[in-house]
Design a protein around this ligand. Structure first.
Ligand SMILES: Cc1ncc(COP(=O)(O)O)c(C=O)c1O
Length: 404
């Protein structure tokens, strides 16, 4: 890594670099992502590159960890931790008091299931086959242990709301879905699904890792009760750090904490010089709020990268981010089928991810690698292309030229 390059590049104030006359200058945005200079990188649905701003913030932290002595480390960096939570809450129209730190999306969904204890209530869970495979594995394991799990199958790469309706009954406690599918970028009709779930007394969980930061999300308007994501995709951060949203009125009642982390105080010698005989020997106070779902310290590296990247995303504006990607995916959706790559993403789908079936995946990858174009090839022959803020039409030209 060329540290000097980070520091020089990031000296440009974010607002000036990204917004001119109220509109975003995406060519300046491209400069913030050095990876864009090396290749046409379209694999953002796997892992998004860091901007120079987040990288510089991480360098500051590493310098501090390496060279500073004396002060305890956590008060110094707590602002980054708290601000990342607030910025994420704003992004999805939640309150900071509804957001817990999470280490991973899949872990948060598993904690939610443990905390709802649906099996003991004789309830069932409805999910669908466009959810992430590790989440479905979790449901299959729970099904094996006796939980009633209903996995709705897609029809032509879309979850039909009528199929979800048939699967939900009076015993359904949770409808769980990936708001945007990692398979083909399909954006679920969560509002309609939530209306069905809520009418039967069930709650809705949305895995938002493939869309938070990339499309507007409003958990209140969309009827989402729980959500989670890591920061290493569209939030432009690192692995091991993310967020877990639990609607405020459901905390502690519908969703119990399943891992406890807090502190105790000893009310006897030699722990204290002034024991208070009216109080318990060992005292503790149960954690309230979203902190009840948090265990130990979050990753401060994750928090620092996320603080910076979330500020960046807010400065660009999610609507502008979405509009920028739409121009690229619209073109891919139009031109790739003409080259023999059939789209498996529904027309007019509102996410930056699109996928295409390849007749010869090995040859396709060879051509793309040679042209320094990065995509994901998944599920045998599905080519997933996921442009972000730094991609431009020249990247799309390069991709199309490689596949002609
Ligand atoms: C839809 C979806 N959910 C979850 C994950 C995994 O998330 P995490 O690593 O945060 O557990 C992925 C990773 O690709 C994904 O695409």
């Amino acid at each position: 890594m060329n540290r000097r390059r980070f520091l020089t590049t990031s000296a440009t104030p974010l607002a000036a670099a990204t917004r001119r006359g109220g509109t975003v200058d995406f060519s300046a945005v491209r400069e913030d992502f050095p990876r864009a200079r090396l290749s046409a990188y379209f694999d953002n649905a796997s892992c998004h590159p860091l901007s120079v701003h987040s990288a510089t913030a991480l360098h500051r932290y590493i310098d501090w960890e390496t060279n500073e002595v004396g002060d305890p480390w956590w008060p110094h960096w707590a602002k980054a931790r708290d601000e990342s939570k607030t910025l994420f809450a704003q992004l999805i129209n939640a309150k900071p008091s509804e957001i817990a730190f999470a280490r991973s999306t899949i872990e948060a969904e598993s904690n939610l299931l443990n905390g709802m204890n649906i099996q003991a209530m004789g309830g069932n869970v409805v999910t669908n086959d466009l959810h992430y495979s590790a989440a479905l594995y979790n449901y299959k394991m729970r099904q094996q242990a006796g939980l009633d799990v209903r996995i709705v199958r897609n029809r032509n790469w879309v979850t039909d709301v009528r199929d979800v309706e048939k699967a939900i009954d009076g015993k359904t406690k949770l409808v769980a879905l990936a708001l945007v599918s990692n398979v083909n970028g399909y954006l679920q009709d969560v509002k309609a699904i939530s209306a069905l779930a809520h009418a039967r007394g069930a709650y809705v969980y949305a895995d938002v890792i493939q869309c938070a930061g990339a499309i507007p999300i409003d958990v209140k308007a969309m009827g989402i009760d729980f959500a989670a994501c890591s920061t290493y995709k569209w939030l432009m951060g690192v692995k091991g750090y993310g967020f877990y949203y639990v609607r405020e009125d459901l905390q502690g009642s519908v969703v119990k904490p399943t891992q406890n982390s807090g502190g105790v105080q000893f009310n006897y010698a030699p722990w204290t010089s002034e024991p208070d005989s009216s109080r318990e020997d060992i005292q503790f106070k149960p954690v309230t709020g979203p902190g009840r779902y948090e265990v130990s310290y979050p990753s401060y590296e994750g928090a620092i990268a996320a603080q910076e990247s979330l500020k960046y995303i807010h400065a660009l504006g999610v609507d502008n981010i979405r509009a920028h990607a739409r121009a690229l995916t619209d073109r891919l959706q139009k031109e790739l089928p003409a080259l023999g790559y059939a789209s498996i993403t529904p027309k007019g789908n509102e996410s930056p991810i699109c996928a295409f079936a390849c007749k010869d995946p090995a040859q396709t990858m060879e051509k793309l690698n040679k042209a320094k174009v990065h995509v994901a090839m998944r599920f045998g022959n599905k080519m997933r292309i996921a442009p972000s803020v730094f991609n431009n039409q020249q990247d799309v030209d390069r991709l199309l030229a490689a596949l002609v």
